[in-house]
Design a protein around this ligand. Structure first.
Ligand code: HEC
Length: 268
């Protein structure tokens, strides 16, 4: 099992200093503290407006609603894919929060409702509750036109929305999908698979931007920025059906995964 020993702390210089020293010594074990506040770059609407468009949001969301639909065909198919649904719910919650950050008024309130529906799906999957999962899925699919807006549209601090383990399971899922076209042996397969992989590359960029808040350490934040930028490049390569570019982009992407894991991920 992997666990994460590096949770901390923006906002307190002293703690950040201690954290840095501990990181250097490779023995980070600070308690989980809310890292971000409203000043965090990961909560700035401009960041999200630059990173996500209406079209890319639609693409990311429909990759999840397709999966959710397939999985919720019956109680049996649901029971066999509980973990997948937990992750899909988290991804939807992340996308909802992105919409809160990108939108204003009504759009943000609908984003908040999408976020809540994603969390409901994850909860229902954890509780193995097919009926609740189906309800949550209905709400997710009614976004954006028919979903009932939430009462308020405050962004959720990323570290409150999900823990780093939850975020990384989303990353792992997305990475599994972006691997597929890269592994294709025929150009025709690359083309077909890169269409399916593009939303997941976009999602990796979103998750990289969100992950920034989980540590105040500069290295951590740089690796998150790298992950975000390289995922944007990967999504572009998939979009342009450019196999060489996609390979190069994924190689650089993997370097940022590895750099951070070498420093922060503890294998047990
Ligand atoms: C900024 C740091 C950072 C970056 C960048 C990063 N990771 Fe992680 N990753 C972590 C940490 C920390 C954990 C341990 C989380 C835990 O289990 O609590 C982890 C855990 C994981 C796990 C195990 C998940 C699980 O369920 O326990 C996988 C798989 C993973 N990362 C894949 C990736 C991939 C693929 C990338 C690049 C696309 C990536 N990570 C980028 C920090 C990072």
């Amino acid at each position: 099992m992997n666990y994460y020993r590096g949770r901390m702390i923006a906002g307190s210089l002293a703690l950040a200093l201690v954290a840095t020293l501990m990181t250097v010594n490779g023995m980070v074990s600070a308690p989980k503290v809310k890292a971000a506040d409203a000043e965090s770059p990961s909560l700035k609407p401009e960041l999200w407006k630059g990173l996500v468009t209406d079209d890319s949001l639609k693409l990311m969301l429909s990759s999840q609603t397709d999966l959710i639909d397939k999985t919720l065909k019956s109680a049996g198919t649901f029971r066999r894919a509980l973990k997948k649904m937990e992750v899909a719910g988290r991804i939807v919650a992340v996308l909802g929060n992105v919409e809160v950050l990108r939108g204003s008024d009504e759009a943000a309130k609908k984003g908040a409702a999408l976020r809540a529906a994603g969390l409901d799906l994850t909860k229902a999957a954890e509780a193995k509750n097919f009926e609740d999962a189906t309800k949550a899925a209905e709400a997710i699919k009614s976004y954006p036109d028919k979903i009932a807006p939430a009462a308020d549209a405050k962004p959720t601090v990323w570290t409150d929305l999900l823990d780093i383990d939850g975020l990384m399971t989303g990353v792992a899922t997305a990475d599994t999908e972006v691997k597929k076209p890269i592994a294709a042996t025929k150009p025709a397969d690359f083309k077909k698979l890169s269409k399916e992989a593009e939303p997941y590359a976009l999602l990796l960029a979103v998750l990289g931007a969100a992950a920034r808040d989980y540590e105040s350490d500069k290295n951590w934040q740089k690796w998150c920025d790298d992950m975000k930028n390289e995922s944007v490049g990967l999504a572009k390569a998939f979009n342009g059906k450019n196999e060489d570019e996609a390979k190069t982009a994924r190689d650089s992407l993997l370097k940022s995964c590895k750099a951070c894991h070498d420093a922060y991920r503890v294998e047990e």
